[in-house]
Design a protein around this ligand. Sequence first.
Ligand code: G3I
Length: 369
Amino acid sequence: MFTHIPTRRHILAGLTAAALPPVTAGAAHADAGPSLKALAAEKGILFGSALSAGTMEAAYLDILKTECGVIVPENEFKVYVIAAQADRYNFAPGDAIAGFARDNGMKLRGHTLLWNKVEFMPKWLLNIDFGRKPALGAERYLRDYIKRVCTHYGDQVFSWDVVNETIDPKTGEIRDTPFTKALGFDCIRIAFEAAREYAPRAQLVYNDYMSWEAGNETHRKGVQKLLEMLRNKNVPIDGFGIQSHIGNDGHIKEAQHSEWRAFVDAAVDMKYRLLITEFDVNDKDLPTDIAARDAGVAAAAKDYLDLMFSYKELDQFLCWGMTDNHSWLQGWTPRADKTPQRPTPYGADYRPKPLREAIAAALRAAPKR
Ligand code: G3I
């Protein structure tokens, strides 16, 4: 899986890619048979996508309306948007996405109440003074923030990524942030308890990006340890979100396959529901040739999804964007040949690609839950 800290160049590249108009507008989904949400629903899976406020143009929204039963705001529920300024809450961007979901009868996931990673906290929050009793001050702030966000969206958000990416992949430990400095592990407990209190009917999820790939062992171990701690300490949590930003080397090799299975099995044994929360396939190591690339991406996806759908505990599957031109990967991990990445089910021309067919095939092959 690929996770990088964006540089200004990456962000600008991403914005430029996102701003490009599609070659031909209008979804060609009609040729493609049943929608992905219908295929998924037949198996008891809820299918959907991330959507960001900057990409709400009609042709793109048409694809989401046709294919998706659930939407998650890509960035608009993050603290750096909602609380960009210390003394003012800004729900307008998130409300635009929530309104689109509501108007089109789609469910809404929430991402995320505590992204416990300093790179994605507003500057003022990094320098916050929690007072003479920092543990008390930090708890007060966290509970109040979660209360405000959860009560603003109420029952519309049926599932929350309460805590996102709190494990440092290099150490397997909880990351250093203003909250962990003041509260240690308790900030994670407090976040889930506050979410249960203020979103009492929502599913509560821990979300992270560890994968099966070599080099991920420490990350997996750390996440597994966290999931165990949450259970041992009776923290209110229901689900484990496996982001699934997979790579194109993604044919899961035998050894990695069994290690990954053991990792997912452990979560299932601890009675976590499973979600794929942010699926896409990074093609940066595949050749420039589009047919070869699309075939590689589709094959990696089918391998991975067949494995994941074999878990009946997995009942939500969301892509991190539905068309290549709106994928975060364009800006964050550009290809060496400078051609746009092709990581999502639809091309920049808004036509379905082999990846869409691979997803449909994996859904058709999935056991019912
Ligand atoms: O919209 C602002 C713009 O107003 C501002 O001028 C510009 C310059 O800083 O930034 C723009 O916001 C950017 C935003 O994407 C919209 O394009 C942010 O800087 C940029 O950091 C942000 O990147 C997002 C990233 O999370 C960080 O929040 C990506 O879109 C989003 O896809 C990515 O999503 C994450 C999940 O939340 C967690 N899992 C990994 C996943 C991929 O990294």
